[in-house]
Design a binder for this molecule. Structure first.
Ligand code: NAD
Ligand code: ZN
Length: 341
């Protein structure tokens, strides 16, 4: 079958042919229809320090996808051939304390599809049936293909009550913008998003944010006073991974504010701890998606009118994958879809 593979100890990926995977007793075989390119795939393409340390090449990468079940292991219940599915990319052990308590997103033995084991950028993917997620008929293939990052946005945004709150999001990448749209959808008052990339800020405006701020040109205190905010933000969602952005968030929070952190900060990120302590801030780290409450909420938000379709800005046939990666690397895109079938 065709697959996009990291074939050598160097930047880039190669479209090549590999063996179709075998289906274990508890697995499903998915024929991939569409995949989306994630920031993680860009790290793997660039072959940066993290990727060189983490990715066991040769490996087929990718973890954002939609497809159809074409084969089922003999122990699997609850799925049928022909089911349209996406899948949770974190494969959990099932026997650690958190797994057994139903907190699968906190499994200490998580294995990542397309990171630690063969991924979805291929004609076929095998995953444990436990990780497959059926997509209702009223949700498009394009949106189903981005459930993984939409899930990161959902898990982060729904960490705290947003009804009537003023929300600051740092980083208008695809995940930050989706989180902003979710915050608006569930009833936040002001949703302010910051970035330094004009393309992404204008996409955020299209998605209905109250104010998209180019932090290189405008200051947050000025924006806050223009919105009539006299105290500070109630909730912060850090979605850039950039220390200056996190710092500006700490400055802009109200006392008693709550922060959910998805963006991966460098290990040596320094912050002003007095802001955290004297403001009594609550900070929560976010990893992946809750299994499967986040997935349930994604479906119900789309079915209750959340429109994420403007987030998908580019489509390419998989043969033009290099163009797809180039546009994603440029920062001048929302989500980029590669069509497999
Ligand atoms: P992305 O890189 O596309 O978006 C980050 C955005 O931050 C970019 O648009 C960038 O221009 C912007 N930015 C840079 N400097 C800034 C500044 N000073 N202030 C505000 N914004 C600034 O990433 P994404 O795919 O949207 O993911 C968001 C973050 O979440 C990344 O750090 C990613 O690594 C992380 N992530 C974490 C998890 C998890 O499970 N914790 C999962 C997926 C992604
Ligand atoms: Zn576990």
């Amino acid at each position: 079958m065709k697959a996009l593979v990291k074939t050598e100890n160097a930047p880039g990926l190669t479209l090549t042919r590999v063996k179709r995977p075998e289906v274990g007793h508890n697995d499903v075989l998915i024929k991939i229809k569409k995949t989306a390119i994630c920031g993680t795939d860009i790290h793997i393409w660039n072959w940066d320090e993290w990727a060189q340390k983490t990715i066991p090449w040769p490996i087929q990468v990718g973890h954002e996808y939609v497809g159809e079940i074409v084969e089922i292991g003999q122990e699997v219940r609850g799925f049928q051939i022909g089911d349209r599915v996406s899948g949770e990319g974190h494969i959990t052990c099932g026997f650690c304390r958190n797994c057994r308590a139903g907190r699968r997103h906190l499994c200490r033995n998580t294995v990542g599809v397309g990171v630690n084991r063969e991924g979805a950028f291929a004609e076929y993917l095998v995953i444990p049936a436990f990780n497959a997620f059926k997509i209702p008929d009223d949700i498009s293939d394009d949106l189903a293909a981005i459930f993984d990052p939409f899930g990161n946005a959902t898990h982060t945004a729904l960490s705290f009550n947003l009804v009537g709150e003023d929300v600051l999001i740092t980083g208008a990448g695809p995940i930050g913008i989706m989180a902003a749209a979710i915050a608006k959808h569930v009833g936040a008052r002001n949703v302010v998003i910051t970035d330094v990339n004009e393309y992404r800020l204008s996409l955020a405006v299209k998605m209905g944010v109250t104010k998209a701020v180019n932090i290189a040109k405008e200051s947050l205190p000025e924006v806050m006073s223009s919105l009539g905010m006299t105290e500070g933000f109630d909730v912060g969602l850090e979605m850039s991974g950039v220390p200056q952005a996190f710092s500006s968030m700490l400055d802009a929070m109200n006392h008693g504010g709550k922060i959910a952190m998805l963006g991966i900060q460098p290990a040596n990120c320094q912050i002003d701890w007095t802001q955290v302590i004297f403001k009594g801030l609550e900070i929560k780290g976010i990893y992946g998606r809750e299994m499967f409450e986040t997935w349930y909420k994604m479906v119900s938000m789309l079915q209750s009118g959340l429109d994420l379709s403007p987030m998908i800005t580019h489509h390419f046939p998989v043969e033009s994958y290099a163009e797809g990666f180039e546009i994603m690397r440029s920062g001048n895109s929302g989500k980029v879809i590669l069509d497999w079938a």
